[in-house]
Design a protein around this ligand. Structure first.
Ligand code: ADP
Ligand code: MG
Length: 257
């Protein structure tokens, strides 16, 4: 059975997209069959996989509104060696257009049910909001991966996210779990980052991934080349960190079986 992970945090700029794209690539490099779902109208994950978002005829938008078959939407990222359901700004309209449609929260789940068996991991890159798109992601997922920067307001935002997860669990997806919290853009010389990191561990214990993603310029550069960091600079600290995360993610999945 595939593992479906929603990569979520309603804060922007915490490393959701960077983590989605690079974890997808590292899992694929380790022999896992991976599908990445870009659920953000910004389409950054799509571009980061080397797919030109402006030239797409069909995207996740058409999946959610049931306007096109999955086969017409699905792309393959050559640079990442995984498949992609891409997105662009058209997806921003889905929120409004779905409002009076039935089962609007379960559209992605329903679509993924048709193809998820072809994969070992499905990663969903959520937008920076607790909106209907994110709810679709949380409803389709088995578990949530929460990337976060260890800074002062990080924990505050987390309670809103945890409440949303609880609501989705009550109403739509009773088995939804928090898979793990991922510390991103980490600078070990920063005392505040260390303190927040300690608080995270106190609060969430083993849910905090051992792997820490350091701040690494290669991770920021890779998307402009349309590829994951593994393709761009496989020996960079960023690439090694996401390789380590992929190993940890797989080990956690095996431990649960
Ligand atoms: P989100 O998807 O949560 O909005 P992104 O993954 O797009 O966040 O990251 C925000 C910005 O920070 C991007 O410009 C990205 O390239 C950069 N970035 C993300 N992670 C790192 C990192 N570990 N080191 C350096 N830059 C990073
Ligand atoms: Mg993003």
């Amino acid at each position: 059975m595939p593992k479906i992970l929603a990569v979520t945090n309603q804060k922007g700029g915490v490393g959701k997209t960077t983590s989605s794209v690079n974890l997808a690539a590292s899992l694929a490099a380790q022999g896992q069959r991976v599908l990445l779902v870009d659920l953000d109208p910004q389409g950054n994950a799509t571009m980061g996989c080397g797919i030109e978002k402006r030239s797409l005829r069909h995207t996740v938008y058409h999946v959610l509104l049931e306007l096109a078959p999955l086969a017409a939407v699905r792309q393959h990222s050559v640079s990442g060696k995984f498949d992609l359901l891409p997105a662009n700004r058209e997806l921003a309209g889905a929120e409004v257009e779905l409002v009076d449609q039935p089962q609007r929260e379960t559209r992605l789940k329903k679509a993924l049910a048709l193809i998820a068996h072809e994969y070992d991991y499905v990663l969903i890159d959520c937008p920076p909001a607790l909106n209907l798109l994110t709810v679709n992601g949380l409803t389709a997922a088995h578990a949530v991966m929460i990337p976060m920067q260890c800074e002062y307001y990080a924990l505050e935002g987390l309670s809103d996210l945890v409440n949303t997860i609880k609501r989705v669990r009550t109403n739509l997806n009773p088995t939804l779990e928090i898979e793990g919290l991922l510390r991103t853009m980490f600078d070990p010389r920063n005392t505040l980052a260390q303190q927040v990191s300690e608080q995270l561990k106190q609060h969430f214990g083993a849910k905090v991934y051992d792997t820490v993603i350091p701040r690494n310029i290669r991770l920021a550069e890779a998307p402009s080349h349309g590829c994951p960091v593994l393709t761009y600079d496989r020996n960079s600290k960023g690439a090694l960190a996401y390789n380590a995360l992929a190993i940890e993610v797989v080990q956690r999945a095996l431990a649960k079986k």
